[in-house]
Every structure is written in structure tokens, then in C-alpha cells.
Design a protein around this ligand. Structure first.
Ligand SMILES: [Ca+2]
Ligand SMILES: [Ca+2]
Ligand SMILES: [Ca+2]
Length: 579
């Protein structure tokens, strides 16, 4: 659903007292007896005291909500419609969960001049962020949900209730602990929830990634920061055709937000895996390399050598003579060289081991299907002692076409570059070719090291941290407009001359309520703040009283009456401030 909304500006309205955080409320959307209400008895686990499956699940949901709420400054409660229900899965792959905004708004204003409203015109925002910037629960301004349907909430979050059951990641159950101690093979629900709630908070783009079409022809605040470095345009500056092309322009789509850019060096390690072609000059340059989960890791100096196509028998184990599924037949040529083999039929560790046995110093696996960037090489074999990596099918063909004249490459981690960022230090957005529905664009590139919360796959080494130096999720949310506002008065910390404002509705002096309305000025300071500042600056009681009188004189007329001025001076005089 989508709606436009334009709020009238009202100046000098005050927010509730300061809360340097926000509140995220869960709305349980499961029917009795299932999902979040499942009465099956369970033993407490990992700090989760729940004794039924439903209660444990709710506890994890609440912890994830609380962890996010603590990171966001907003006086407006964020609501999440949550459920656990059957989602897509097979024995080996599954949708763990999905989440996103339920309502989007563009061109909204704000309840006061302190709240910024929309940063850009004609740009969609999810309602949680729209409310935060408008200074009002924007969902309260649209019609309520019809009777018998779930209430309007900012976010819809669903999680797969079938995980671990036969045919759905068989045996890999959810872990309901509130820590990161999930046993091997289990899926940490808390980490998955942190990931999914982040989508709902705005880590999400709204265009059609196949056609490039936007919702009602408007861009969105996430796409505002998607920069395609091939054409120098952001997604909101593109035609539909350009967006569709950019959605598969792998490793040329980056996040251009300044907070992520400045935080990235403290989070992401250097070392981009590359195959660097030395001679021949015609194809010299850097090519993306997918890394292996087995064998020695690549390093900055890398391994260099001539490339030789590994040959083996065409047999039942591998029908091609270049798949390396059985012992190589050209060991004399391969020894001391980098063996090039094709993906297919047998596992990566089989191929690399066969090349190692033939004397290769490293192995390149060329993909056997189109697609980019090159994925990694999975598997485990402690007897493999040479490095290996994957290149795309077109790059493999390019190397093969030049083998007759000799090709020399270096497989390395380029330490001049970050693991998953361009040369300007902007992180790659996940845009594989072909696209992957539900994953493309709204995640980080999977090459990020260390692993990030918002990669499309949940890695087992993730922490519960969402900000630097552990992660970039909060940084991205800052870039789309979740600004820091320690006193929750609507004015961002960097614009607020008083970032711990006294926001009580009336002015108190030394604990005494003057009953005079406490208004806020455009610099983010309230009248009470200015009086408190005068008290802090005064050398004695007389100076304080004089300062309050001077402040009162400056407010008289527009803001306070003569009588109120007298009350301020009298209350200051009776106070102990300065004594
Ligand atoms: Ca073969
Ligand atoms: Ca503020
Ligand atoms: Ca303030």
C-alpha cells in the first residue's frame, strides 16, 4: 500500500520528555496454539527463560526489537506485525524470514520546524522512518485497518516455523538463545530477526529489479544512495532500463552515503580477492575471484604462475576433459603452474585435490554457467595445501583463449582495496547476475569481510552488534535519515545547540514549577535550557537573577507577558542557584 501525505508545519510544539532511544512494539499475528503461541513445552536455552516454544520465540522477538530500539532515537513508537509460519523451503535451502515496510509515504512534512520531514521530494519512505522524521505516528493519520484484519503496523515480519523439520533444512533447527552460542547447524533466530527488522526500518529498495519500474514512478530513500559507478547515476536518477541494467551490473553498484563511507574503514578489512593477469597485455588487469573455504587463504603478495588447462579423462566421474574430477593426465605440464579447471559434476575439493596431486601450485575454477560475480568455492578438506579460487565463465573463456601465447596471473588479496568496496571505499551492494528475488539490491555484497549482518545469507559468525566497529547496518540507516537525536526533541544532534534539552512543558527553576510554557527555539534550546545555562555561567546568585531577568526581557512581548517575566525573576530570586 502507498499513500501521499502532506502535514502542515506547526512551530514550537514540544515533544515528550527526553528518551535517547525508541520503542519497538510487537503485534503477535499468530492464531492461538501456533507460531508465537505454540504451547509445546521446552527447556530454557541460552539465557531465554521461556518454557513454551511460543514464549521462547516471543522472548527472542522482543530482544531483537529492544536491541534495535536502543540504537534509534525516536519519540514515535515503531510497530511490527510478527508471526512464525510456514515459508518456502527445501531440505537444503530455506527462507528463514522476510520483512519489510507495510506502508510507504512521500513528500510528508513534519509537526514542527524541529523535525525535518522528508529529505528529498518524490521519494518513498517506509512508515517507521517517515514517522520519525515527521515527528508524528504517520499511520495514525490514515484510516484504521478494517475490522477482522491485523492493525496497521510499520513493519511486517514473518519467520519460517518449519525450519529443521523434515524437508525444510532438515535437522537445522532454530536456536532460541539470546546469545550467539548456537550449536553448529542451528539457526540463530535473534540474528535473523535483527537482520529482518533492519529491512523494515529501511534497508530495502522498492523498485522492480527486473523491469526497473518504480512504485508510482517515484524513487525511494534507499535507492537515493545506490550509485552505479559505470554511468555515474544513482538509482533515483535512472530510467527504468538503466535501473534494470544496474541491478545486474555486478561490483559496479555501490552505496554512496556519507555515514557508511566514513564508518567503513573501521568495519571492513582490506584485501579484495582478485586474479590479476600480468602478461599478455591484451587481457592484463584485475578480475574478481571467489575465494575457497578450504586450503590456505590468499594474502597480499599472492601466488603467481603460468596458467595451464588441467586435463583429465572423460569418464563417469566427470564427462569433460577439463573438469578435473579424476587424476590429471597432463601432470608434466601442470607441475609448478596454476591449473585451470572447469566447474561441474564433482565437488571443488575433488578438483583442487587432483590438481594438487599433479603438482599445481594453485587452482583456478572457471564457472560453467553464466553469472557474476564469481561465487566462492565451498567444501572442506584439510589435506589441501594450495590456494584456489573461482572466476566467472566469461573470464575463464578469456584466459583459455589466450593460453596458447602464455598467460601469467597472480591470485591475491589486493590490500589497497577493501574486501567488498570500490577503489573509493564505497561498499558494493549485492547485485548478482542473474538477479535473485528477495535478495538482490537490498543487501551487501557477500564478499564483505568480516561478514556483515545485512549480507543476503546469515553467516554463523555474526555478532549481535549492528554498528561500527562490528557492522554497517546502523550506518546505512543513518544515511537514509535515521538521525541521532539524543534528547528526542526532533532536532538532530549536529544541529542542536542543547542536545540534552529540558523538554518539560513548563519552566522549572531549581525544582519549582513556574507554570510558564517552556518553548524551544530554532537552535534546539528550550527556555528552561537557557535559564539552566545562565545558572551554570553565573558567578553568584545575584548574577543568576540578573541573567534570568535579561532573558525574560528578551522574551517579553512575543513569548511571555510582563507578569510571567516577574514570575521568572521572583522564582530565580527565591532559588538557591548561585548560593
Ligand atoms: Ca573428467
Ligand atoms: Ca536534539
Ligand atoms: Ca535540544
Amino acid at each position: 500500500m502507498r499513500r501521499h501525505l502532506l502535514l502542515a508545519a506547526v512551530v514550537l510544539a514540544l515533544a515528550s520528555p527526553a528518551l535517547a532511544s525508541s520503542t519497538i512494539v510487537l503485534v503477535n499475528n499468530n492464531a492461538p496454539g501456533v507460531g508465537l503461541n505454540d504451547p509445546t513445552p521446552v527447556a530454557p536455552v541460552g539465557g531465554n527463560p521461556g518454557t513454551t516454544l511460543g514464549q521462547q520465540r516471543l522472548n527472542v522477538f522482543q530482544r531483537a526489537a529492544d536491541l534495535w530500539a536502543a540504537e534509534l532515537d525516536s519519540p514515535i513508537t515503531i510497530t511490527v506485525l510478527a508471526s512464525m509460519e510456514p515459508l518456502a523451503c527445501t531440505a537444503t535451502t530455506a527462507t528463514l524470514g522476510s520483512a519489510g515496510a507495510r506502508f510507504i509515504f512521500s513528500d510528508f512534512g513534519s509537526v514542527s520546524s524541529f523535525y525535518p520531514g522528508a529529505e528529498f521530494p518524490n521519494v518513498w519512505y517506509g512508515s517507521a522512518l517517515a514517522s520519525r522524521r515527521a515527528g508524528v505516528d504517520i499511520l495514525s493519520l490514515i484510516p484504521a485497518a478494517p475490522a477482522g484484519t491485523p492493525p496497521n503496523t510499520d513493519i511486517r515480519a514473518r519467520f519460517n516455523s518449519e525450519i529443521g523439520k523434515p524437508g525444510c533444512l532438515t535437522g537445522s533447527f532454530w536456536y532460541y538463545g539470546l546469545d550467539t552460542n548456537a550449536p553448529a547447524g542451528q539457526n540463530n533466530l535473534l540474528v535473523v530477526l535483527l537482520h529482518e527488522i533492519a529491512h523494515g526500518l529501511g534497508f530495502q529498495q522498492f523498485s522492480n529489479i527486473s523491469s526497473g519500474a518504480q512504485i508510482a514512478g517515484l524513487g525511494d530513500i534507499y535507492a537515493q544512495h545506490l550509485l552505479d559507478t559505470s554511468i555515474g547515476r544513482t538509482w533515483n536518477q535512472m530510467t527504468d532500463a538503466q535501473r534494470a541494467a544496474s541491478a545486474i551490473n555486478s561490483r559496479n553498484l555501490v552505496w554512496d552515503g556519507i555515514t557508511v563511507g566514513s564508518d567503513l574503514p573501521s568495519v571492513m578489512t582490506r584485501g579484495r580477492p582478485l586474479m590479476r593477469v600480468n602478461p599478455p597485455a591484451g587481457i592484463a588487469g584485475n578480475y574478481d575471484l571467489g575465494t575457497a573455504s578450504f586450503g590456505p587463504a590468499l594474502n597480499g603478495s599472492g601466488v603467481s604462475g603460468g596458467v595451464v588447462l588441467g586435463l583429465d579423462a572423460a569418464n563417469a566421474a566427470g564427462p569433460s576433459t577439463t573438469d578435473g574430477c579424476t587424476a590429471l593426465t597432463n601432470a608434466a605440464a601442470v607441475i609448478g603452474k596454476i591449473a585451470l579447471l572447469d566447474r561441474g559434476t564433482c565437488g571443488f575439493i575433488v578438483k583442487v585435490k587432483n590438481a594438487q596431486d599433479a603438482g599445481a601450485i594453485a587452482v583456478l575454477i572457471a564457472d560453467n554457467v553464466a553469472g557474476s560475480p564469481p561465487a566462492g568455492l565451498g567444501g572442506a578438506d584439510p589435506t589441501i595445501v594450495i590456494p584456489s579460487g573461482r572466476i566467472t565463465q566469461p573470464v575463464g573463456n578469456l584466459v583459455k583463449a589466450n593460453l596458447a601465447g602464455g598467460v601469467n596471473v597472480t591470485m591475491l588479496l589486493d590490500l589497497a582495496k577493501y574486501s567488498a568496496a570500490d577503489d573509493a571505499g564505497r561498499p558494493f551492494v549485492y547485485n548478482p547476475n542473474p538477479t535473485i528475488a528477495g535478495s538482490s539490491i537490498s543487501h551487501w555484497d557477500t564478499a564483505a569481510t568480516p561478514n556483515l549482518l545485512m549480507e543476503p545469507n546469515i553467516n554463523t559468525d555474526l555478532t549481535l552488534k549492528v554498528k561500527p566497529p562490528d557492522d554497517l547496518t546502523l550506518s546505512l540507516l543513518r544515511d537514509i535519515g535515521w538521525y541521532a537525536d539524543a534528547d528526542d526533541d526532533g532536532l538532530a544532534d549536529n544541529l542542536d545547540a542543547c542536545d540534552a534539552s529540558d523538554l518539560r512543558g513548563t519552566i522549572y527553576i531549581d525544582g519549582v514549577n513556574t507554570a510558564i510554557a517552556n518553548l524551544m527555539f530554532s537552535n534546539g534550546c528550550t527556555m528552561a535550557d537557557e535559564i539552566a545555562n545562565a545558572g551554570a555561567a553565573a558567578g553568584n546568585h545575584g548574577q543568576f537573577v540578573s541573567a534570568v531577568s535579561a532573558l525574560g526581557n528578551s522574551w517579553k512581548g512575543d513569548i511571555i507577558t510582563n507578569q510571567e517575566h516577574a514570575v521568572l525573576v521572583k522564582t530565580a530570586a527565591h532559588s538557591s542557584i548561585g548560593h
